[in-house]
Write a protein of this length. Structure first.
Length: 235
């Protein structure tokens, strides 16, 4: 019990480190892609697997008739937006219950990602689309529940093995954004304390770094260094 309590506290600490201003750059890039893909593929009754605080509820509200959030009881996030308390491996609904699915930043935290993708396949209707958001080059986070990183080839293999048709696997960045994001986390941990923190120098560095990386990302085609992928798959 003491170990479980320590793990939960550590996960909450890691959540606070990966949310907020240090990740605004990647959030903006992701949302630009996610919004366009959602408008094209998400509709009807939606299941949000590993929904957490259901951060895309407002964004998707006009696209869906019902947004059902699924998450486990031990989540370190606020639970007020969870509709079904369950694991990604066993969602207590009938086969073919949903028109669409999203699963954002969840697969890397699951011991058995294949089982979770198979469960998504089960609860989706035939012809239904799912959007997955997964890291590729990213630091450890929400420890100790951080198990995997996925290349585009690994994702394609996983989704097709579970019966899905892969529509698209899209890298969201090149080297510049990935390097800038990792650099910000490293610099914050090593230098954002004492006088530097008091003077707000890291906040200034953070702002300049993210703005510059966002601008350069428009011209950076080195997508083999992407920090994350967005995948669209169809049952």
């Amino acid at each position: 019990m003491a170990e479980e309590s320590r793990n939960k506290k550590k996960a909450k600490k890691n959540n606070s480190e990966t949310d907020g201003p240090d990740i605004l750059m990647v959030q903006k890039i992701f949302l630009d892609h996610f919004t366009g893909l959602s408008e094209k593929y998400i509709k009807g009754r939606l299941v949000d697997i590993g929904c957490g605080t259901k951060p895309y509820g407002k964004l998707l509200a006009d696209l869906v008739t019902d947004h059902v959030g699924v998450d486990h009881t031990d989540t370190s996030h606020d639970k007020s937006n969870i509709d079904i308390f369950a694991t990604a491996y066993n969602i207590p609904v009938k086969n073919n219950s949903f028109d669409s699915a999203i699963c954002t930043c969840v697969l890397e935290h699951l011991e058995e990602p294949e089982d979770a993708v198979r469960e998504c396949y089960r609860v989706l209707k035939h012809g239904g689309y799912a959007i997955y958001h997964t890291p590729f080059i990213w630091h450890l986070h929400e420890e100790p529940r951080d198990f995997y990183r996925f290349s585009k080839y690994g994702l394609k293999y996983l989704f097709e093995k579970c019966g899905f048709e892969v529509i698209e696997i899209r890298p969201i960045s090149g080297f510049v954004v990935t390097f800038a994001q990792l650099n910000l986390y490293l610099m914050k941990g090593k230098f954002n304390h004492g006088l530097i923190k008091w003077l707000g120098l890291f906040r200034l560095y953070n702002f300049i770094c993210q703005k510059l990386a966002l601008f350069l990302n428009k011209y950076d085609h080195s997508q083999q260094y992407t920090c994350e992928y967005i995948s669209v798959i169809r049952k």
